[in-house]
Design a protein around this ligand. Structure first.
Ligand code: GLC
Length: 542
């Protein structure tokens, strides 16, 4: 049993694990992962020590954006299984103490959704106003200059009804009109459908896009745009995203979820810190956790990272619970961004900071971005902007379970190629190797689960410079940890200031260091990180 300081909600103390279902495990041999596949790997997830899984979309979908184009909010795509499979997954996960979060995609539907088909049918359709339709300008051009995240204009002309519709993403993903109360009700009903099935909450897709300027004003140009960026960045999306009215919608979603016991809403929001914080809601009545993507975006420099952590901690509203993310299905993998060695240091950071960590499948074994030849690219973002190297396929490749063909992911050729290094980079090879990335992750997760200082305690920055970051985690019960991370590959020295603390290293990127007592001078090798359990009581100093 985890020691409990007070009645703390599960989503504050545990680790969330993101599953990209197409790539997790294929139980039916068609080369695409499925729900039965997840069920089969629940033992692994339990062994790893995670608290909850968030599953990327599994609803019926034409898969133009691999499930983020939903054509039925209350079903399961046959590719992934059936509703009965889903019920079994929830039941078996819960029996193992694992919570289940679904990915909710409220900003847009698929263009195959019956609502859109009806909406598109005629201007008089009762569902016309469920989407964002608008006349063109007098010269026939689009209503404004807004761009699609996935390249090109955000307005698509419909010749039949002679109007444009808005799509912030693909043209196959028309945006819903969240100013229409009927849309809201339909979406809240969809949420209730899954909550009634016993799921533990939602990750809400592109929460900051939900509502747009009611006058559809032009977005201003971005003075910092460079050609290597997505064309979307040519403009600052000040009128198409993060509108003041979004917070009332988030609060309504929160009410839907709060009508049930112990559920959670996590918002996907890419915004600067101050704007992000608003998504907690003025009374903490917004999203329980707006995803914090700081560590995904910042250069991997000790002083920058440590300043960002402190800035984030400082900006949190009273009672706002922090969270941290190092990878997801939209961003390059950690090892490919900062290197294999630093990825181990990053694992310590993720799992010892204050706040809920979200771990992307495969990061626990150090999976890499896999180069995908241009003719095999599947991701529409990659296909639409071929010269910008923006495909998200490299971080979505099949999980590497073993050295069996296709990395033990499937008996068939997988939908996306497997990393050629899979024979040595896989779960089975790492499971019993105390020096592996997987062993490091597992130790960190289990330590975090056991120690209130780590899963609930305070965070105090101690020191940082160009090479290292040091901070303390303290629990009101008296336990304390000092974490020192070297974010470079050169050795460094951490000089304690008086009074010198005593303690022992409990986890390190170099397991050889474990159980070593610390001295006033602490020497770290390059790419080394250590977690020190400080000695208890008043005499814990030299
Ligand atoms: C979110 C998802 C991404 C998807 C987009 C459109 O950013 O994480 O994968 O393509 O929304 O739904």
């Amino acid at each position: 049993m985890m020691p409990i300081i007070e009645d703390v909600p599960w989503w504050k103390t545990g680790v969330i694990y993101q599953i990209y279902p197409r790539s997790f495990y294929d139980a039916n041999g068609d080369g695409i992962g499925d729900l039965q596949g997840i069920i089969r790997k629940l033992d692994y997830l339990q062994w790893l020590g995670i608290q909850a899984i968030w599953i990327s979309p599994i609803y019926p979908s034409p898969m133009a954006d691999f499930g983020y184009d939903v054509s039925d909010y209350t079903g399961i795509d046959p590719m992934f299984g059936t509703l009965a499979d889903f019920d079994r997954l929830v039941e078996e996960a819960h029996a193992k103490g694992i919570k289940v979060l679904l990915d909710f995609v409220p900003n847009h539907t698929s263009d195959h959704h019956p609502w859109f088909i009806e909406s598109k049918h005629s201007k008089a359709s009762p569902k016309r106003d469920w989407y964002i339709w608008h006349d063109g300008k007098p010269d026939g051009s689009a209503p404004n200059n807004w761009k699609s995240v996935f390249g090109g204009d955000a307005w698509e002309w419909d010749a039949q009804t002679q109007q444009y519709y808005y799509h912030g993403f693909l043209k196959e993903q028309p945006d819903l009109n969240w100013r229409n109360p009927a849309v809201k009700e339909a979406m809240y009903d969809a949420m209730r459908f899954w909550l009634d099935k016993g799921i533990d909450g939602f990750r809400v897709d592109v929460m900051w896009h939900l509502i747009k300027d009611d006058q559809l004003r032009d977005n201003p140009p971005n003075p910092d745009y460079t050609d290597s960026q997505p064309t979307y960045n040519q403009l600052l999306p000040v009128y198409s995203t993060d509108q003041p009215e979004v917070h009332a919608i988030v609060a309504e979603m929160r009410k839907v979820v709060d009508a049930y016991q112990a559920r959670v809403i996590i918002g996907e929001i890419y915004l600067p810190i101050q704007q992000l914080m608003a998504y907690y809601g003025p009374q903490n009545d917004g999203a329980h956790m707006p995803f914090n993507f700081l560590l995904l975006n910042l250069p991997w420099h000790a002083s920058e990272i440590s300043a960002a952590i402190d800035q984030y901690e400082g900006a949190l509203p009273a009672d706002g619970w922090p969270n941290w993310v190092l990878g997801n299905h939209d961003r390059p993998r950690l090892t490919s961004r900062i290197g294999e060695h630093q990825a181990r240091v990053a694992a310590i950071l993720l799992l010892t900071l204050r706040g809920t960590p979200t771990l992307y499948y495969g990061d626990e074994i150090g999976m890499h971005d896999v180069p995908i030849p241009v003719e095999e690219i599947q991701d529409p973002q990659g296909i639409n902007m071929p010269d910008k190297d923006l495909s998200r396929d490299p971080c979505r490749t099949p999980m590497q379970w073993s050295d069996q063909p296709h990395a033990g992911f499937s008996e068939a050729t997988p939908w996306l190629r497997v990393d050629k290094k899979y024979a040595r980079l896989n779960v089975e090879a790492q499971r019993n190797n105390p020096f592996s990335m997987l062993s490091l992750y597992r130790k960190l997760i289990h330590l975090r689960n056991r120690e209130p200082a780590l899963n609930q305690g305070t965070y105090t920055p101690v020191s940082s410079n160009d090479q290292l970051i040091a901070y303390r985690r303290d629990s009101p019960l008296g336990d304390s940890f000092l974490i020192i991370l070297n974010l470079t590959s050169r050795p460094c020295r951490y000089r304690q200031t008086e009074p010198f603390l005593k303690g022992k290293i409990v986890i390190s990127t170099a397991p050889e260091l474990e159980n070593t007592p610390i001295a006033p001078n602490i020497y770290l090798g390059g790419d080394e990180g250590i977690v020190i359990r400080l000695e208890e009581g008043a005499d814990n100093t030299f």
